[in-house]
Design a protein. Structure first.
Length: 134
């Protein structure tokens, strides 16, 4: 064989080896995993209008990334930030849906939902202004 053919054969083999190595490396790089929410709980599942309940989201990130919590609801407001917040009910009756998104520092996320009932307070109807609100 002529020397330039050996050189060409070497370059082709080296190129194939580089392509295979980069393909294998790309396949073995682990992907970022989403945080896992194990629970979303409320201290009270039923509250009076303008009442409050504490919400807690327990989540872990399999990769050990930091987790940010984003809370949203169909009505009412949140007090605080992070995995534990307080939800203040609106001045209305019905079921209100709470959603939390647990997002890691790389943009992967998971979500959970919870429904809180805002119920009629019989004591308020009777004019009891000192009755505690939950």
């Amino acid at each position: 064989m002529k020397p330039h053919l050996y050189k060409l054969k070497f370059v082709i083999m080296l190129t194939i080896l580089i392509i295979i190595t980069s393909f294998v490396s790309a396949c073995t790089v682990s992907m970022n995993q989403s945080p896992k929410i194990s629970s979303l709980e409320a201290s009270h599942m039923y509250v009076y209008p303008m009442g409050k309940t504490e919400l807690q989201c327990i989540a872990v990130d399999p990769d050990g990334d930091n987790i940010n919590f984003k809370w949203s609801c169909t009505d009412g407001t949140f007090i605080g930030t992070g995995p534990i917040v307080t939800w203040k009910a609106p001045n209305a009756y019905g079921d209100f849906h709470i959603m939390v998104i647990a997002e890691d520092s790389k943009g992967s996320s998971s979500q959970a939902n919870l429904t809180i009932g805002v119920v009629f307070n019989e004591n308020q109807n009777q004019g009891c202004k000192s009755c505690p609100r939950r």
